[in-house]
Design a protein around this ligand. Structure first.
Ligand code: ARG
Ligand code: ZN
Length: 878
């Protein structure tokens, strides 16, 4: 049986639920293989639904034990139940209580949705449709109920019992060795925000006083013995709480807020009301085990899930098509938080790098979809870079267009109006339309139209008239299901710079006081007056819109921006644009002159000599060339990954040689002297030092090997140790193999560190890597059941190792396809994520393309595919 015939859910078919559930009382008797759940639901007909219709509750592999209506056990014939649904064909026309008893085997739950066990602890994941794996329910986000949860367990097995809301009661069940806890959440919520945790957990906590003076017990729960690695997460939580009060006026609303780290988790983390559950990778950190980027991710994800308490929980989504309403907005909020806590330009560059490498890629692939999709087969496949990251860019553009003050007033109105409700993208935009009096209907097209617009910019200078005209043109390529595209509303933050780098005081009436011009037609021109000499335009400052830009500037003009633009993002962008042009030429056999290479390297060397130490993190980014995957995306068709790899290697060698003295000096002078601190400034110095090491090694293997192995042996923190190991990975030989062995020896008992070790080896761009990866799958630390392990080893092989995943003999594709099929039997979400690595297959040259197609077809033909994998494989082949 093919599974690709799964039903399509369509936005246009939305209608309110025919029934509502106001109150949910849950009773859990936790047991490793036979957990008993009694759910008592207070149901009533929805006045805005249809009357005289059956009640149909959702289920997923539910094992029903008993069912009663208003305390009367229902007989066969009064209801119809199968694992996927429960139907009561003639429910009462008034309020009634439905009591449902089910039994769950959490140990056998390898999908990690619903109630499952991780390292012996019980936990749940209900978004998007996991609650229906616990009991039958109206498992849709517009059914909001008040939950009371009683959890009972063997005390020895689960001394800690956590639920949503506030603790109301706990105690021992006399004479049994069992205990219980009762939790009550007064805020009505959809079922996807339900959570419980039971297990043996260590705890770090403190009291947080909110802006109105309420005391909240904030806590992080981790595996016992790892409490000393939870401090940074707790600190990040506290800073997030303060930030949301100060920047958005949003206060926390319960007496407790808990974060629980688990080691088996499909995604990053989950914002369950008052009880966030995290992938432990985004909680646990110590200088010895976590890198600077781990610390930054922890900070961002702790903030993200906390911010959901308002953008997601207090105001939730009407249906899953509105996912970006909470995710795009919350990503925007966590990005703003990180920018305030760290360096704004540096963080902006990191955001844009991630957007381009993941979202632009998705938008140009067979999996392209609008930020608000209009149909899906499997909602879990829409937790994408487009919904999250492009969704955040739309919120940011809105802010850029209307200004900071109106943005805040609009947010306040949105929260006021929608608090306690399930809202839509229209509700969100209406709040901003109402506070500004603007018509945002054209702007709203960003939510509906997929694909990355390309904006071309041409400048014309009229010396006699002292006028400068910019001709702007936008065009979006077709995407699946959208053959023709409309123009979008594109905010362009811009300024003019003289050829020697001074800001120009030119005037253009159509550029607002914040330096923003809004392009809303296919073509437009803006004219600046008082422009005596030909300027260099600096456009899309701060990356003011998620578009690809074509500029008619020469490399030399761009390099003026690198040195002089007032906008840090565009300084970085200018060097990247030049590097990208050269890399594309080198990769596609277009000759590049020595002068062209030298103009970039000498500009970069000069730049780092004068500016690097003022902002080392920025300098590290400026020294990092576009990745192989970025170059492939830029080339876009008939891609030869080997040629790109060679081109990038050659350019790194050139840069390393050209700036050698300066790089050696950075590597020497920025060595760590004080003890490790994860703050952004210290991290920036490490980043520059390690970027220098990387280029030095590219220029000269022996110097690189020597510097890297010394650094590897003497490193006082994981950032430096891992960076040096990563450089050693590029240098085949015994030094490398010994370092690999030493690292394993040292971190054998640290799964999250072994993940890094898996990743580095999976990324080695050599023909023997595939065999190495297969061998590593036999490593005792590897498990096909654990998403972190699979993503570190197999996912990163597919995503980071362009030359080996895309091997010309097709062995990389065949291998990943085989793992997708194996994983699919255990964990469909994990399998379908892995499968998205194939989204670039159509841009490969013909030999690779046909190998990839064959691998995809082998997946598509497999019987009993999950809906998750069936959906992705079919869309990829369409
Ligand atoms: N809402 C979570 C977040 O903040 C993502 C959870 C998605 N889980 C899933 N199984 N689809 O990003
Ligand atoms: Zn989220």
């Amino acid at each position: 049986m093919r599974t690709d015939v799964a039903q399509i859910v369509r936005l246009e078919d939305y209608r309110p639920s025919d029934f509502l559930i106001d109150k949910v009382e849950l009773d859990f008797r936790l047991h490793p293989t036979a957990t008993k759940v009694t759910a008592t639901l207070s149901v009533r007909p929805n006045p805005s639904g249809r009357s005289d219709v059956p009640l149909v509750l959702d289920g997923d592999e539910v094992n029903l034990k008993a069912i009663a209506l208003d305390d009367r056990t229902l007989e066969a014939g009064e209801f119809e139940a199968n694992p996927e649904s429960l139907t009561i064909s003639q429910p009462p026309q008034h309020s009634f209580r439905l009591t449902i008893e089910t039994e769950i085997n959490p140990t056998a739950n390898t999908k990690l949705m619903g109630l499952y066990r991780s390292s012996g602890n019980y936990c749940t994941q209900c978004e998007a449709e996991g609650f229906r794996r616990i009991t039958y329910f109206l498992d849709r986000p517009d059914v909001l109920a008040v939950y009371t949860t009683r959890i009972e367990a063997e005390y020895e097995e689960a001394p800690v019992l956590l639920g949503n809301g506030n603790p109301v009661e706990s105690g021992f069940v006399e004479g049994t060795g069992r205990h219980y806890a009762v939790w009550h959440d007064p805020f009505p919520k959809p079922s996807y925000l339900f959570a419980l945790v039971g297990g043996r957990l260590g705890r770090v906590s403190k009291t947080f006083t909110t802006m109105s003076g309420r005391e909240v017990d904030i806590a992080v729960y981790v595996e016992p013995g790892k409490e000393d690695r939870a401090g940074y997460a707790l600190d990040a939580l506290e800073r997030s709480m303060i930030w949301d009060e100060q920047v958005f006026g949003r206060e926390y609303d319960l007496d407790v807020f808990s974060i629980v780290a688990v080691s088996d988790f499909n995604m990053g983390a989950m914002e369950n009301k008052g009880l966030n559950i995290f992938n432990d990778k985004y909680v646990l950190a110590s200088p010895e085990t976590a890198t600077d980027s781990d610390y930054a991710n922890i900070e961002a994800i702790i903030a993200h899930e906390y911010f959901h308490n308002w953008s997601g929980n207090r105001v939730t989504c009407r249906d899953w098509f509105q996912l970006c309403l909470k995710e795009g907005l919350t990503v925007f909020r966590d990005q703003e938080f990180s920018s305030d806590e760290r360096s704004r330009p540096v963080h902006r560059i990191a955001e844009v790098k991630a957007l381009r490498s993941r979202q632009f890629l998705e938008d140009s692939s067979p999996l392209a979809h609008p930020v608000r999709p209009i149909q899906y087969r499997e909602i879990n496949n829409f937790y994408t870079a487009t919904v999250y990251e492009k969704g955040a860019e739309i919120v940011r553009m809105l802010k850029t267009i209307i200004g900071d003050e109106d943005f805040r007033r609009g947010m306040d109105l949105y929260y006021d109006r929608c608090d306690g409700r399930a809202a839509t993208v229209e509700d969100f935009l209406k709040a901003f339309a109402d506070v500004t009096g603007r018509d945002l209907s054209h702007f709203a097209r960003w939510y509906a139209q997929s694909g990355t617009p390309r904006v071309s910019v041409h400048g014309h200078h009229d010396e006699a008239a002292k006028m400068y005209r910019l001709d702007l043109r936008q065009q979006t390529p077709p995407t699946p299901g959208q053959p023709t595209k409309e123009p979008l509303v594109v905010p362009i933050a811009l300024g003019l710079v003289t050829q020697d780098g001074q800001p120009m005081d030119a005037h253009c009436e159509r550029v607002n006081s914040r330096g923003v011009f809004v392009l809303d037609k296919t073509e437009d021109s803006i004219t600046f007056t008082g422009v005596a000499s030909r300027p260099v335009p600096s456009v899309f400052r701060g990356f003011s819109a998620p578009v690809k830009v074509s500029l008619d500037l020469s490399n030399d003009e761009l390099l003026v921006l690198l040195r002089h633009d007032t906008d840090a993002f565009n300084r970085w962008q200018a060097a990247q644009t030049v590097a990208m042009r050269l890399l594309v030429s080198l990769s596609t056999g277009t000759p590049v002159s020595d002068e062209e290479m030298a103009s970039l390297s000498s500009a970069l060397c000069a730049f780092i000599e004068t500016d690097a130490l003022r902002d080392p993190a920025f300098a590290a980014l400026a020294l990092t060339l576009p990745s192989e995957a970025d170059v492939a995306q830029e080339i876009g068709k008939e891609v030869d990954p080997d040629a790109i790899h060679r081109a990038r290697k050659a350019m790194r060698r050139h840069l390393g040689n050209a700036c050698r003295e300066q790089l050696l000096d950075f590597h020497r002078s920025l060595a760590q002297t004080e003890s490790y601190s994860p703050d952004a400034a210290s991290a920036g110095r490490r980043a520059l030092r390690n970027a220098a090491l990387d280029l030095l090694a590219a220029a000269d293997l022996r110097t690189g090997e020597q510097l890297a192995s010394t650094q590897f042996e003497t490193a006082s923190n994981m950032t430096d140790r891992l960076a040096s190991l990563s450089v050693l990975m590029t240098i085949p030989g015994m030094v490398r193999e010994n370092a690999i062995a030493a690292f394993e020896e040292r971190y054998r008992s640290e799964p999250l560190v072994i993940d890094k070790w898996f990743t580095l080896q999976a990324a080695i761009p050599e023909d023997t890597t595939l065999e190495r990866v297969k061998r590593l799958m036999e490593h005792p630390a590897f498990s096909i059941n654990n998403p972190n392990r699979v993503r570190s080893l197999i996912g990163n092989f597919a995503m980071l190792n362009q030359v080996q995943f895309n091997r010309a003999d097709g062995a990389g594709y065949a291998f990943v396809a085989s793992i997708v099929l194996r994983a699919d039997e255990l964990n469909p979400q994990l399998a379908s994520r892995l499968l998205t690595a194939f989204s670039t297959w159509r841009m490969m040259e013909p030999t690779r393309r046909s190998h990839a197609r064959r691998a995809l077809q082998s997946i598509a033909q497999k019987p009993n595919l999950s809906r998750d994998v069936g959906d992705i494989v079919n869309r990829s082949l369409e």
